[in-house]
Design a protein around this ligand. Structure first.
Ligand code: PBG
Length: 323
């Protein structure tokens, strides 16, 4: 049999493949998540995420400058406080480490990059939950919203361009939007973690922020079994004023990402989380996969599934490759 149709023709040379590539990966598509820790004098490696560190303010500044020079689209900042309490006081303290880091980066970088802040309490609470607890130990949705609004106001005041509420409380986008607007901060945007699943792939992140979680997050993060629920969450966040929506994690939820991208009128982000980073890194360290190819393939897949923006711990490095 002699085939009439030969799709291999367009795969024959690098130039042909480049000409017909459907998906692109550019530095501007990538956002670098960064950790800034209180009370350390040297950057501290994160064992389960080789190559990622908890930064000191100085090393945060240097790494951010490097990322921006490489052309990354933005930075998402997480704080690692020295002490934690029941309500996450450090999150709303203007001198809390996350807020210090935000101010420092905005001073250094101005509007040269998009500065984003994690608007969530789990890094700051001693029980490790994303909100405050009710008397019965459950996560109190509406009391948590008040904390998020206070946190948002401080973060916006510190110069964050986009706030990333990642706690999956009901009504969090509306509460933050209303709070910002009432304070005259209508220009600060919201990158809503709309479809965030209760995932095992956040494991290394707990080490990254030094948090020990009592229990699990299944009463507020989504069940991995659900697809339609994500579309509902996205619709709610859009109605509440989200400027962008996010799906998280990325690789185990590419179907959800595709559906969200198909119907979202606003830009869609996806978060390639700590466990995704750790899996590829560990396999590569064992010599079991080609690290650089696996990284590029994973990010291309996330873009192909519909992400306009990808949060990845490889952002700076990959930006250098694809420039
Ligand atoms: C919550 C938050 C988490 C991550 C980002 N924001 C942890 C969680 O929900 O358990 C995880 C990111 C990652 O795993 O890379 N503040």
């Amino acid at each position: 049999m002699v085939p009439i149709k030969r799709p291999r023709r367009l795969r024959a040379t690098p130039a042909l493949r480049r000409l017909v590539a459907e998906t692109s990966l550019e530095p501007r598509h990538l956002v670098l998540p960064m950790f800034v820790a209180e009370g350390i004098s040297e950057p501290r490696p994160i064992t389960s995420m080789p190559g990622v560190v908890q930064h000191t303010p100085d090393s945060l500044r240097a790494a951010a400058v490097e990322a921006v020079a490489a052309g990354v689209g933005g930075l998402m900042i997480f704080g690692v406080p020295e002490t934690r309490d029941a309500t996450g006081t450090g999150a709303t303290d203007p001198d809390g480490i996350l807020n210090v880091g935000l101010r420092l980066l905005r001073d250094e970088l101005g509007d040269d990059t998009v500065l984003m802040a994690d608007t969530c309490l789990d890094e700051f609470t001693d029980h490790g939950h994303c909100g405050v607890l009710a008397a019965d130990g459950s996560v109190d949705n509406d009391a948590t919203l008040e904390r998020y609004v206070d946190m948002a106001l401080v973060q916006a005041g510190c110069g964050a361009h986009l706030l990333g509420p990642s706690g999956m409380m009901d009504g969090q986008v509306a509460a933050i939007r209303t709070g910002l607007d009432a304070a005259g901060l209508e220009r600060t945007g919201i990158l809503a973690y709309s479809a965030k699943y209760a995932s095992a792939f956040y494991g290394p992140f707990r080490e990254a922020v030094g948090s020990t979680l009592r229990g699990d997050r299944k009463t507020y993060q989504q069940d991995p079994a659900n697809r339609r629920e994500s579309l509902h969450e996205v619709d709610l966040d859009l109605a509440e004023g989200a400027d962008m929506v996010m799906v998280k994690p990325a690789m185990a939820y590419l179907d959800v990402l595709r559906e969200v991208a198909d119907r979202s009128p606003v830009p869609v982000a996806a978060y390639q989380v700590s466990g995704e980073y750790a899996m590829i890194t560990a396999a590569a360290q064992n010599g079991w996969i080609d690290r650089d190819r696996a990284v590029l393939e994973s990010l291309t897949g996330i873009r192909r599934a519909g992400a306009d923006v990808v949060l990845t711990y490889w952002a700076t490095e990959v930006a250098g490759w694809v420039r």
